[in-house]
Design a protein around this ligand. Structure first.
Ligand code: NAD
Ligand code: WQD
Length: 339
């Protein structure tokens, strides 16, 4: 397999994965409707990879437009990142999430079927584990999403399972990511959330550059070692390598439908993350403790054995590297891609 279509390839995880794939010799085509990405990411990707990358500014719900891409290129596999991803926003705007995430996936699958491209890597999320009872989280554990966003991931996983059950020619890998952060080593590619960040890492780095006054720690009365929530943070470059490993797996195995956790297997608390960022930034991060955020679970971390055994993949980067890389990007580009 040589040619990979990457949907959502100008977004945070997609863009880092594109660099990784191009570096490994794959031809990559990007489709992204720019709803949550800047067109300025493309020249950065081309500069960092020293390759011209075909890009289509298309909403993948537009079937005719998507078909044109499949007509113009001999695509071997698709990595499907495109989707809306903010949990809180999905509670406010459920229909947007169901429309965007579900319709785009179904349209993509229909077009793939039409052009006999039946190898897919799908971006799922640890959010599908809902409110788990035990750690670490295994791929076989019970699922149960608690937000419209999470439900789109769960339902898409079910759609993919049904598709593979119905047609033996499909091979699909769903990757359940834990908490991604970090950035490309150059400091020229990184996470660029629109508005006030929902996630911990970009919030802290924006406090670091002075765009936000202080961090609000959501609760310090959880049953954890320091009272703050514990998460499994993963460097976006490790995540990118995980997608490459999934593509290699699809090249070798007729796997039908497989789910893999992509995480580090270790948990860090919010206060530990603040400490690691303070080391990277070289100054204190001011914070206040607020009440708990609705929907947060106390602890979440992955069992990564399946990915290690079958994909031959495990994380390489430490929390300190994640924080240092996230900070390098934020410091160099305080206003992201669109100053
Ligand atoms: P992102 O928003 O940076 O990237 C998604 C990209 O998809 C954006 O560039 C957006 O413009 C594009 N897009 C959205 N809808 C589209 C459509 N209909 N047609 C074409 N393009 C469209 O998000 P990310 O952090 O890179 O996440 C990538 C994927 O991974 C998402 O599916 C997300 O749900 C999933 N995921 C993310 C995280 C996380 O914390 N970042 C964790 C688990 C899973
Ligand atoms: C991490 C920890 C917060 C912000 C989310 C999605 C999940 C997945 C990854 C897509 C929590 C605390 C945060 C802040 C804080 N995305 N926090 N102050 O909630 O674990 O996961 O992103 O699939 O679906 O839910 O990540 O970065 O928002 O929070 O104290 O300003 O940091 O309470 O404990 P989360 P997060």
């Amino acid at each position: 397999m040589n040619t990979i279509l990457v949907t959502g390839g100008l977004g945070f995880i997609g863009s880092h994965t594109v660099i990784d794939l191009v570096k490994q010799g794959y031809s990559v085509i990007i489709v992204d409707n720019l709803s949550n990405a800047s067109a300025k990411v493309l020249p950065v990707l081309e500069e960092l990879s020293q390759k011209k990358i075909p890009f289509y500014p298309v909403d993948i719900r537009e079937k005719k437009e998507l078909e044109k891409i499949f007509q113009e290129h001999q695509i071997d596999a698709v990595i499907h990142f495109a989707g809306l991803k903010a949990v809180g926003e999905s509670v406010q705007k459920p229909l947007s999430y169901y429309d965007n995430n579900l319709i785009s996936t179904i349209t993509l699958l229909e077009v793939m079927e039409e052009y006999s491209v039946r190898k897919l890597v799908f971006s799922s999320s640890a959010t599908v584990y809902g409110e788990p009872e035990k750690m670490p989280l295994l791929e076989t554990d019970l699922t149960g999403a608690t937000s419209p966003y999470g439900r789109t991931k769960l339902w898409i996983e079910q759609i993919l399972q049904d598709l593979c059950d119905a047609n033996d020619a499909w091979d699909v890998v769903a990757l359940r990511y834990f908490n991604p952060l970090g950035a490309h080593k150059s400091g020229d590619l990184g996470e660029d959330p629109k508005g006030i960040p929902n996630n911990l890492a970009p919030y802290i780095t924006q406090v670091g550059v002075g765009k936000l006054e202080k961090l609000h720690v959501f609760g310090n009365d959880y049953p954890t070692s320091d009272g703050t929530c514990v998460r499994d943070y993963i460097h976006v470059l490790d995540l990118a390598a995980g997608h490459r490993a999934a593509i290699t797996y699809l090249e070798k195995e007729h796997c039908r439908y497989e789910i893999f956790n992509l995480g580090s297997g270790s948990g860090f608390s919010v206060l530990e993350m603040i400490k690691s960022f303070e080391k990277a930034i070289g100054k204190e991060i001011p914070f206040v403790v607020d009440s708990r955020r609705a929907g947060d679970i106390p602890v979440s971390y992955a069992d990564t054995k399946k990915a290690e055994d079958k994909l031959g993949w495990k994380v390489q980067k430490t929390i300190d590297e994640m924080c240092a890389d996230a900070w390098r990007w934020q410091k160099k580009h305080p206003d992201g891609f669109e100053p």
